[in-house]
Design a protein. Sequence first.
Length: 226
Amino acid sequence: MSSLILLILVFVLINTCLKLSFWKWWQTAIVGMVLGVFVLFMYPYAIEQSQTGLKMMLEDVEIRKNITVLLCIETLAYTGFCFIALTRLYQPKKRRTDRLFRYYPGILIFPVIFYVFTQVIFSFPGANFRRLALISAAVITIGAPLCSLGFKKLLPDKEFRLELLVISGLLVLVLGLISTYNGSIIYKSNQETDLPHFLFGMCILFGMAGLGYVINRLVWRFKRNK
């Protein structure tokens, strides 16, 4: 189950950065500052947590069901934004509902940031927690707009980013639904999650997706010039 939770956290971060890639740079900077202030505000509560307590919370089926409800709401909001944005590419007339979906940044990023920050605290048990919170807040404040800008530069095609956001949102929703399973399975592996191999596999996955995108763009440009 730890691998499943890790996948959900990764895809929530990816979805948030993809969503912010449709915003202007100063808007993403505001979101980064909000997330940084959130870390500073929550760090007194974060240092009181324990790994055992967090693990028990994540293994609680009822808590996972509540999180899945939030995943459903967020996925619907992102999917609605994608379909509206694709429609507006061919029908430029805008409505008030367009702004509502466009400027919804996502709420699951906050518990994800909190969880990641607690893991940072556990990794540096002897460090000054306030200094650690300041460094983490600075990294998040700068990293959030940079990640959104990176997606925008790496994937300049707006339609492709919209399609990727839909697919990624549906995938995280499916993972959330799977996580609500009560765990009564016949076989359960005793091996711990190998984080380096997991990250290596994710890099290969996204690398292949990026390579496919580049090849598709080159083939499409060749056919158009021909």
